[in-house]
Ligand binder design. Structure first.
Ligand SMILES: *[C@@H]1O[C@H](CO)[C@@H](O)[C@H](O)[C@H]1NC(C)=O
Length: 235
């Protein structure tokens, strides 16, 4: 009995503290979410967007809640992948559309900017380079979630992830690396900009900047989703 009591106490304490703390209703005050939208021909949006859970309206789908409580996914409202998209569209004045499916209690995004879906190419949503298992109004996001909307996501051979130093010295070579964000595999033959060689077999390319200033590079390769922008201050 004595032994049991000694062991039971810490267990009780653990289970009490392991359960998630109840979230107050002001959890939906809003936050800046890192958002990237990669369209057919170019990047439609990249940067932090202030968003909170709220209703979203589309021409084809109408006005519906979009705060993570959709289909009971979360008990309390909060920012979502689709609220972020809607707020970016409002801020940057690009259009988007989606149908609404009452069964899924969510929008199915059919078009963003100049990139409407086709019979074989659809928009996909990734959070931190993982396809979201639920719809964009169910998927709650935070300031720490990298949200990516990608055109033709389901046919993409890779989702490029460009890494390198944030600063460089004019005339001094630096190394940049391109990987697949999903698998971590090195991506060869990717372009990081005009005038630079493609990445080698190890996904690495050496570049040298001839002029100072703030440079923004993105990696691209046919059949893949273009990368995040890497901003390098050349001094
Ligand atoms: C938000 O959408 C819900 C349906 O999901 C609707 O019942 C409600 O009236 C809408 N609220 C506003 C403020 O438009």
């Amino acid at each position: 009995m004595v032994r049991l009591a000694i062991f039971a106490l810490p267990l009780l304490w653990l289970s009490a503290h392991a359960s998630p703390a109840p979230r107050s209703t002001d959890s939906n005050i809003g936050t800046f979410v890192p958002l990237r939208i990669e369209g057919k021909d170019g990047t439609i949006f990249e940067g932090p967007i202030f968003t909170r859970g709220h209703n979203v309206t589309t021409p084809s789908g109408g006005n519906h809640h979009c705060d993570g409580t959709n289909l009971g996914a979360h008990p309390t409202p909060g920012p979502t992948a689709t609220s972020a998209l809607a707020d970016a569209a409002k801020l940057k004045h690009f259009a988007f559309d989606g149908t609404f499916d009452p069964k899924f209690d969510d929008f199915f995004i059919t078009s963003i900017g100049n990139s409407p879906e086709t019979a074989t190419q659809f928009w996909g949503i990734l959070a931190d380079f993982v396809f979201t298992p639920v719809g964009g109004c169910e998927e709650q996001v935070s300031a720490k979630t990298h949200v990516l909307w990608a055109f033709d996501a389901f046919n993409a051979a890779a989702f490029l992830f460009l890494q390198g130093p944030e600063t460089a010295i004019q005339g001094v070579p630096i190394e940049l690396s391109v990987k697949d964000g999903l698998t971590g595999n090195a991506i060869s033959g990717a372009s990081v900009g005009e005038g630079f060689p493609p990445t080698g077999a190890n996904g690495v390319v050496t570049v040298t900047f001839g002029t100072p200033g703030l440079k923004s590079l993105k990696a691209e390769k046919e059949g893949t989703i273009r990368s995040n922008a890497l901003t390098i201050l050349v001094i």
